[in-house]
Design a protein around this ligand. Structure first.
Ligand code: FAD
Length: 307
């Protein structure tokens, strides 16, 4: 017989674990599947300095181990496995784990996160976490008074470049096209910031570095000429990919693929299905906002189940 669960949480990042803490304390026995990245994105970084409650900073892996322990303490079942199929047509929802095991869930909290896009250069992968970052808000502080580069030409890239310009000595904005895609207001902010140099029609050929991390980047202009810049930080701002393939034809998604939630709630367009964290947040994408929205989803879900 198929297992039936009251609440299924998909994802083990800050959103999923926070939802699990609240729901287990409410005695709703949540079952959480970790997916291929147990602990989520924070396990791919080292020091977290902006999560409240850790005055001396905390290792990303350690923080996620702590969140997991906190959820388990109140009885949440954390399971290894990837959700490979969901059918949201009727409740209880039909779910397949690892392509074989089936279960039914009265409610679902989706906390599958979003993945930053990278250029795909081997040298970029090599220095990830050692100067290569996809989050200026998270890592900019480590490059105070240093020279850095931002890749991208949209609003996010311009926002990250101006943010970094307030911390760093110099910011190169590397733009593939001969123009910025960002809004006019954002472009003006970039052009009015004296320590940002925009390099139009340039691509990154290689991220350069040594045992200390990133030391520079080799750029190739569209006319074939090459140029080397000396930098300590290399920031990608070419977009994120929300992990929503599973739900594509079933849930309302926005143009970029993020799950659409109702107002400030976590409710999706299907009753009993809630979304939390980066998977529904194209704007903030921080651990604390993900955790906060995991709490919102747990409370929404609790109200739904107790109704
Ligand atoms: P995620 O952390 O992305 O977790 C998603 C989870 O869903 C994963 O466990 C994954 O395995 C699971 N999953 C996906 N698909 C499935 C499936 N089909 N079945 C089961 N599970 C699935 N934020 C900060 O606030 N401070 C920082 O210093 C900071 N540094 C960062 C450094 C790096 C390198 C990166 C990449 C991000 C950083 N962030 C930081 C951002 C922060 O990590 C994210 O905002 C946060 O992790 C989002 O949490 P989430 O719970 O929404 O999803």
């Amino acid at each position: 017989m198929e297992e039936e669960v009251k609440v299924l949480i998909i994802g083990s990042g800050p959103a999923g674990y926070t939802a699990a803490i609240y729901l287990s304390r409410a005695n709703l026995q949540p079952v959480l599947y970790e997916g291929i990245t147990p602990g989520g994105q924070l396990t791919t970084t080292t020091e977290i300095e902006n999560f409240p409650g850790y005055p001396d900073g905390v290792d990303g892996n350690q923080m996620m181990v702590d969140m997991r322990r906190q959820a388990e303490r109140f009885g949440a079942q954390i399971r290894t496995g990837v959700i490979t199929r969901v059918d949201l047509a009727s409740r209880p929802f039909h779910v397949v784990v690892d392509g074989e095991q089936e279960l039914r869930a009265e409610s679902i909290i989706i906390a599958t996160g979003a993945t930053a896009k990278y250029l795909g250069l081997p040298s970029e992968t090599k220095y990830r976490g050692q100067g290569v970052s996809a989050c200026a808000t998270c890592d900019g502080f480590f490059y105070r008074k240093k020279d850095v580069a931002v890749v991208g030409g949209g609003d996010t890239a311009c926002e990250e470049a101006t943010y970094l310009a307030s911390l760093c000595r110099k910011v190169y904005l590397i733009v593939r096209k001969p123009f910025l895609r960002a809004s006019k207001a954002m472009q003006q902010r970039v052009f009015n910031t004296p320590n940002i140099e925009v390099l139009f029609e340039h691509n990154t050929a290689e991220v350069l570095g040594d045992e200390s991390g990133v030391t520079g980047a080799l750029l190739r202009a569209n006319d074939g000429s090459e140029r080397k810049i000396d930098i300590s930080g290399f920031f990608l701002a070419i977009g994120h990919h929300p992990n929503t393939e599973l739900f594509a034809d079933q849930l309302q998604l926005d143009a970029e693929g993020y799950i659409v939630t109702e107002g400030t709630s976590s409710r999706t367009n299907i009753e009993g299905v809630f979304a939390a964290g980066d998977v529904q947040d194209p704007h903030y994408r921080q651990a604390i906002t993900a955790a906060g929205s995991g709490c919102v989803a747990a409370l929404d879900c609790e109200r739904f189940l107790l109704r």
